[in-house]
Design a protein around this ligand. Structure first.
Ligand SMILES: *Cc1c(COP(=O)(O)O)cnc(C)c1O
Length: 424
């Protein structure tokens, strides 16, 4: 029973005003600097600017760099910043302090984790991944096996075949399982706990990519007994364009892993300038070169937003926002040939909703012109990310209205909207 305003009168959740009024995360929106009159559904690609970042950056630039110069490495603790920021990320992905470092890009961290994992299983050849994985993860894994020049090779199966492969007859050749937890196109979420356990039963180690998980869904690396993890910080963690990524190594491996990239910042004593490489104890060995302090400072400030946030609240609101979107799109746009590409069951997906549409790219461009930002992934996927720290229920209603208008009026059907930009 719906009335013309879309509310039932008895169902508080259906009424966006009531849902926003009862939202335990509502106050966090003020922590972000968001352009007015814009609904931002692309925080899964690039999170918005947290308000504290500009002040912190200007302090680090003018006071720390400008005044302390080289003394800043000691006086302002720059040398430990990758590990300090790593500890803050660890808290968001169920990892202990001292197990995560904020460093390099996710791509580079995939290479480091895959090579370290392969060296833990020198008698095995297979790097197992799935076809839902993000291309850079597969490219880097392929590059690593090429560079190692042994008989290691990459094997890619369909996402729903991973478990079978791990329990199949040839499982003893699998050195490591490399998976992205939440699929960047569809939002489909793997069962990290079950697949890690299956990999371990096969004698393999795991490398999880948390690019679309960190800050998006509850993750518990420790209780899953994950071996390695990597992830981005410019998506749901709002660290800014190109902010440093992170890498996790389980404490049981951290003293023994042999990183492919043996740089001086991963050395036991970088300022001893010894002629031979000796890895640092623990997670520091996953560092390579000098850390980008300005970018790390921005990320550090961005992470302040998470201080008092409970990931269970984030998950509950993310699910409610996405459900509001899916049911709204079903009701308003159902006849326009949109095909839901995400699992319909909220427990099977991360914090995004995707639809397939043959003119998906143009539809997204038209939607952006209406003040609702989503993005597009080849060949036909329209993606909408739901970030509970700053999105309101009524923003979702606005987005559904805009999508309905774009489709009803065929506003996407112009030549301009069909020309792909460099970044989609
Ligand atoms: C976004 C994303 C990346 C990006 O890697 P960069 O090295 O930061 O460019 C890698 N893997 C996955 C799964 C991603 O979603």
């Amino acid at each position: 029973m719906t009335d013309p305003t879309g509310t039932t009168g008895t169902d508080v959740e259906a009424d966006p005003v009531a849902a926003d009024a009862g939202d335990p995360l509502a106050a966090l929106r003020d922590r972000f600097s968001l352009p007015p009159d814009l609904v931002y559904l692309d925080g899964n690609s690039l999170g918005p600017l947290p308000r504290g970042v500009a002040t912190r950056l200007s302090q680090v630039v003018t006071r720390e760099w400008g005044t302390s110069l080289i003394r800043g490495w000691n006086d302002h603790g720059w040398i430990d910043l990758p590990v300090r920021v790593g500890d803050r990320i660890a808290a968001l992905v169920g990892a202990a302090p001292g197990t995560v470092v904020a460093v390099d890009s996710t791509s580079v961290n995939v290479a480091k984790a895959v090579s370290a994992a392969l060296r833990l299983r020198p008698d095995r050849q297979v790097v197992l991944s799935d076809s839902g994985n993000f291309p850079t993860d597969l490219y880097m894994a392929q590059g690593v096996v090429n560079a190692l020049a042994g008989d290691a090779h990459l094997e890619v199966v369909a996402p729903d075949e991973v478990e079978g492969r791990l329990s199949g007859p040839d499982a003893s050749s699998i050195a490591l399982l490399l998976l992205t937890h939440v699929d960047y196109r569809t939002g489909r979420m793997h069962d990290m706990s079950a697949l890690t356990a299956a990999a371990h039963r096969a004698g393999a180690v795991t490398v999880w990519d948390l690019a679309h998980s960190a800050g998006a869904v509850p993750v518990d690396l420790e209780s899953c007994r994950a071996d390695f993890a990597v992830g981005c910080t410019y998506k749901y963690l709002n660290g800014g364009p190109g902010s440093p990524a992170f890498v996790y190594v389980a404490p049981r491996h951290a003293q023994v892993v042999d990183p492919l990239l043996s740089g001086w910042m991963g050395h036991h004593a970088p300022f001893a300038f010894e002629p031979a490489y000796r890895p640092a104890p623990g997670i520091r060995r996953m560092q390579v070169g000098t850390a980008p302090i300005l970018a790390l400072a921005a990320l550090d400030a961005a992470l302040d937003v998470w201080e008092a946030v409970d990931m269970a609240d984030v998950r509950a609101k993310s699910t409610a926002l996405a459900e509001r979107f899916v049911t709204g799109v079903e009701r308003r746009c159902g006849h326009h040939g949109l095909e839901l590409a995400s699992p319909r069951d909220p427990s099977q997906r991360g914090s995004q909703i995707s639809y397939r549409h043959p003119e998906g790219y143009a539809v997204i461009q038209a939607l952006i012109a209406e003040g609702v930002i989503g993005d597009f992934r080849e060949p036909d996927i329209m993606r909408f990310g739901f970030c509970p720290l700053y999105l309101r229920h009524h923003d979702v209603e606005t987005a559904v209205d805009a999508l309905a208008t774009v489709l009803d009026d065929r506003r996407w059907d112009t030549a301009d909207y069909k020309v792909r930009a460099a970044v989609t």
